[in-house]
Design a protein around this ligand. Structure first.
Ligand code: 2M8
Length: 441
């Protein structure tokens, strides 16, 4: 209780401190034309990080948020793919692995239309960009129109979605497939254990991990996993980044849910710029049907990944299977089941605050190892949006409170222990700070 002599604490002081801290992270991580996820561990531009960053940056500077997305889409390949990393030529090669001399985009990617500069990776990440572009536009429509922001971005975003729904429709049912564990952004999720077990790891002597210079080995993927990541990426590169003969191909519910939400956003962007919104609404509807038809599993109580090489659904409960809560127009029984799974014995979100990346009850659950258990802020933000969409405001508010508390006490950690809330991974992590700003706005 408050004692009479305690100085009064003005309302909102904690929020103000948090907002200042978050803004400081985004200012420090700004590299001139885009934001680095982390000054130490990730010193280049990452695709879905930039989308989340733009969603937060719009509250500080809509102009800078526009720039963030323009820089990323400026590195788009002619086949429409948006690379998962855009390399900063000023950063030494040894600072991050795999570096530009591994991907060799400007040479190996020539057939797929990789730009001559900048150097990029050749794989992709989840398509959050059209959603981000729309939210950035909404933050300052006058400035957006003045700069022709949406008009310039629209054809690039449309080409990006076209790439995903054509070249990456490897299952033939309309969903976008990922061809490397780095693509869905959840690198070492237990969902990939089965599909990855068929891949022969690259010789450990053929590469040097840079992540262990900055990250704790217990928090990061294992060496065997890294060997497999390297093998898959090198094989893709050696095929000229052609989308055929993939040894790893998975339909992931988070990637496809984000594609659907971005397709809805693209419809709004189209309408705003005088293009046809209906093609995008129609595609969003088709993708939603395909998502439900191919990846929903009522017994598991959430969406699952589909392994296109081995065949069948991957029976692992990952946070990726809860993210489709953000999809408008899901059947009501599915929404009800997802809400039950979120607070039920597998994820226990009501007790833990944030949402674990993998079921606490799962065979591979690991509290500290990256995407095998720790709770992440971007997935919490997405699920929070889904909860509001479906009218579960109390739960959304509970998640928001837990998010802000964990972001503040952890120093904007990359992820937290899902049971204790203790910060893990790198600190001053850009999307944690950006989404904090968004939740405070
Ligand atoms: C992590 O992935 C990179 C590879 O892309 C890595 O481990 O080096 C993931 O958490 C991914 O989702 C994220 O975009 C990236 C940068 O923050 O780091």
């Amino acid at each position: 209780g408050t004692r009479p002599l305690d100085p009064p604490v003005p309302a909102g002081t904690a929020d103000l401190t948090l907002r200042r801290g978050a803004a400081r992270v985004l200012i420090r991580n700004w590299a001139g034309a885009s934001t680095v996820p982390s000054r130490t561990l990730y010193p280049h531009q990452w695709s879905w990080d930039s989308a989340f960053v733009a969603i937060g940056l719009r509250h500080l500077s809509p102009r800078r948020a526009q720039r963030e997305l323009e820089t990323l889409l400026g590195a788009q390949w002619e086949d429409g793919r948006v690379p998962h990393i855009v390399f900063n030529p000023a950063v030494p090669l040894g600072a991050y692995f795999p570096s530009p001399d591994f991907w060799r985009s400007s040479q190996a990617g020539a057939a797929a239309g990789a730009p001559a500069a900048p150097e990029t990776s050749g794989i992709v990440q989840p398509p959050v960009h059209a959603l981000a572009a729309w939210l950035v536009h909404e933050a300052d429509p006058a400035e957006s129109v003045r700069r022709g922001f949406l008009a310039r971005l629209y054809p690039r975003l449309a080409a990006w979605h076209r790439y995903l729904t054509t070249a990456r429709d490897l299952g033939g049912a309309g969903l976008a497939a990922v061809v490397h564990p780095w693509e869905p952004g959840m690198d070492n999720s237990p969902c990939w254990d089965g599909p990855l077990s068929r891949i022969t790891p690259a010789d450990p002597a053929s590469f040097r991990r840079a992540d262990l210079d900055h990250g704790d080995a217990d928090d990061r993927p294992t060496d065997v996993d890294y060997g497999r990541y390297v093998r898959l990426a090198a094989d893709y590169r050696d095929r000229g980044y052609a989308d055929s003969d993939h040894a790893f191909a998975v339909e992931d519910p988070c990637v496809n849910a984000l594609l659907i939400v971005s397709e809805h956003a693209l419809a709004r962007i189209a309408a705003e710029t005088g293009a046809d919104p209906l093609v995008h609404e129609r595609r969003a509807g088709q993708l939603t049907d395909a998502l439900v038809g191919r990846l929903w599993d009522a017994d598991a109580g959430l969406f699952l990944c589909r392994d296109l090489v081995g065949g069948g659904l991957v029976r692992e409960r990952s946070v990726a299977g809860l993210v489709p809560l953000i999809v408008p127009g899901l059947p009501e029984d599915i929404v009800r089941t997802l809400l039950g799974t979120l607070d039920g014995p597998h994820f226990r979100a009501a007790d833990t605050g944030l949402v674990a990346s993998y079921a606490l009850s799962g065979r591979a659950f690991d509290r500290t190892r990256y995407w095998r258990g720790p709770a992440w802020f971007n997935t919490a933000w997405l699920i929070g949006r889904g909860l509001r969409l479906h009218g579960a405001d109390d739960r959304a508010e509970r998640l928001r409170t837990a998010f802000l508390a964990a972001a503040g006490t952890s120093g904007f950690a990359e992820y937290v222990d899902p049971v204790t809330g203790e910060g893990r991974g790198t600190r001053d992590f850009a999307w944690t700070a950006a989404l904090t700003l968004d939740l405070l706005a």
